[in-house]
Ligand binder design. Sequence first.
Ligand code: SF4
Length: 463
Amino acid sequence: MTSVDSVDMNKQNEFARLISMMSDRPKTFCVITYGCQMNAHDGEKIAGILSSMDITEAVREDADLVIVNTCCVRENAERKALGNVKYLAHRHKDNPRFLLGVCGCMVQENKDAGEAKRMFPEADFLIGTHNLHALPEVLYNAIITGGATVSVSADDRAPIAEGVPAIRENRHKAFVNIMYGCDNFCSYCIVPYVRGRERSREPGAILREIEGLLETGCKEITLLGQNVNSYGKNLSQEISFAKLLHKIDALSVPRVRFMTSHPKDLSDELIEAMSSLQSLCKHIHLPVQSGSDRVLSLMNRRYTREDYLNKLRRLRAAASNICVTTDLIVGFPTETEQDFEDTLSLVEEADFAAAYTFIYSPRKGTKAAAMDGQIPAEVSSRRIERLIAVQEAHTRAILGAQIGSVQTVLVDEVSRRSASHVSGKTEAGISVSFAGSAELIGRFVNVQITSAGHNTLRGSIAF
Ligand code: SF4
């Protein structure tokens, strides 16, 4: 299987042109996105496509067209998306031009058009994850027919669409997809069912996109994929993720990040790249999920606790100042007190700078959802509280050790708490706030760290 540029974007561009000439087209849009960075970037593509039709962005209450970009990885995100769709449905009565669209993983989960319609009867159109590029055609049909239109492809090796426009949230930071889908089938995870099998973009297309971003002043690129470490395996001319990083480094991007990495595919070649490439930020997000070999095996993670810790040691030996963050799940089916203690001891040993901690939530259609031994909610809640307390002690120690150092911060925004402060991220991905004004946004600033909060740093400009 090779990734191909065979999606007919000319056809979609023609639909976009037709819509832009319609007097009864929606004039304003709002995209509501749930979930991961992949979804956030899909939201940027939706904004890019709609802007190309001369439809302008607005707040939710003022928009003629609202698209809810859904996530089904966790129950909470699903509930919120369903609630928002129900809440928005009444707008049809007040605004005859109003259109409500739903896209993303919750639509793709159903695969079949009838099921998708039953899940979102209020929607004017529905688009699955493989068909986002077809938004112009779907929207055109929704405007013309006035009936619900559905575009969902059951092909889990759907070709990649190149040349989809995107309006990025920031000018100085950008997400760039390098691959789509996942072949790992971790037993708790819905992603392979809703994002399809692994398909990598051709390196040339990725490099061209990055060059274009650099020309517009972009300073930081985050390469996106469900499992970036296995990038390139399905291309006709196989190329490793580390080799792609070398090619990107040669473009002199100031900062490159990537996510997410699967520990089993973290190669020595990538470890070497982490230590040698100037552009690569010294930060890796490496989800471990559990410290128990028994649970890791049930999760189908295909590494042991010792494999993981060994890779961490090798990473830290190669790049001593690397910052490691992780994901952890508690309450996986059959998790015993001893399994949970193994997770706590791994967290102590691994010394993560931060961890996203989750209580296991069964996802329909996954292997784990059908397993015996689901853990009662109160047990999982108790465990997660203990886990958070252990992790917080490590985060505090790592942040505290930065006090007095000078960190290079790429400034993102005016601080939400104070108009006289700005905030941005260090190379390790830690948030720092300091006194400064909006003109610093998008610039690198050396900041002397003066204090550490719960999970952020504070400082002042170093002269
Ligand atoms: S690697 Fe596992 S957890 Fe990550 S997306 Fe693939 S199946 Fe899901």
